[in-house]
Design a protein around this ligand. Sequence first.
Ligand SMILES: Cc1cc2nc3c(=O)[nH]c(=O)nc-3n(C[C@H](O)[C@H](O)[C@H](O)COP(=O)(O)OP(=O)(O)OC[C@H]3O[C@@H](n4cnc5c(N)ncnc54)[C@H](O)[C@@H]3O)c2cc1C
Length: 320
Amino acid sequence: MSVLVYIEADNGTIKGSSIEAAFYASQAAKGQAVTAVVTDKLEDSAIGELGKYGVQKVLKVSDERLAEKPVAPIATAIAAGVAESGANLVIMARSSLTDAVAPRLGIKIKAAVASNVVALPSQEGGEFVVKRSIFTGKAFVDVALKGDKKVITIKKNSVSPQATDSASVDIASLDVNFGDKDFSITLKDVKKQEGDILLPEADLVVSAGRGLKGPENWSMIEDLAKTLGAATACSKPVSDMDWRPHHEHVGQTGIKVSPSLYIAVGISGAIQHLAGVSSSKTIVVINKDEEAPFFKNADYGIVGDAFDVVPKLTEALKNA
Ligand SMILES: Cc1cc2nc3c(=O)[nH]c(=O)nc-3n(C[C@H](O)[C@H](O)[C@H](O)COP(=O)(O)OP(=O)(O)OC[C@H]3O[C@@H](n4cnc5c(N)ncnc54)[C@H](O)[C@@H]3O)c2cc1C
């Protein structure tokens, strides 16, 4: 199966989720060709990294108008990559962009589309079956994709990329004939989330809830997060009360995160909160109530007062 992977980058660096997608693509390809399409500005040296994860060829689409990640032309660019490479399987890391791009691409190239895939496809008996995470991670469903072409988006942390020794990548320019329709929607204004580490992409997250009592106590959470190089997050009531900005709210009605480490401080672990964080690889819970529901979902738990535990944890990490 010839595979094409769409690579997203931020500030000149390939996103970690796209590295996962590249690795997933090379595993799904089972020795067949893996081509990548890049529409973001990336130096060839950065693109070369993809070789370590099984990509053999990269098609670079260079057009200033793609800088703000417009959905329709990016779908057109990937479709052009499919035509150029002859790929019949397109892989993308799931993101707010690819949530919008994948169905459009599916229509353009007449492909079956599956989103939020969590494991490599099974291709037994000639049937192409993928496992999808549904109901905000509370259930899984196996779906068979029929037809010659398929598009799938994969959930973060579904594979653990393993780099091989450096392998060369063939980089070529891909000219795409964009039509006026591709740019019928233009971006007027962008309000970017503040902070060094963006929550949706963060690999480490320190999150706190109503147990912190008030916004004035967040400096210890920020201190712990800074020490770890983590993003900060919070429960819904915390953002509802304006203790923290709304873009930090995780859960069913907030951002869904899948970091390697999620530290929850003074958060009870309501089902709506868990819906956004339960696919984190390792969950550490700090709560003074040993009956707090979050402990049932924790890999590690500390029963204790956050005001006592968090500064000690930060200190220990600083000294480590
Ligand atoms: C439709 C709907 C959607 C929702 N969506 C979301 C969502 O997306 N995200 C979300 O988070 N919630 C959501 N909620 C709200 C959710 O049900 C909970 O009410 C909320 O998650 C509770 O937030 P919390 O854990 O911060 O507060 P609390 O439930 O008040 O828990 C505070 C915790 O802090 C502990 N604590 C107190 N003092 C300390 C201390 N000194 N040290 C250590 N621990 C301490 C307590 O033991 C307690 O467990 C939703 C609810 C509904 C109905």
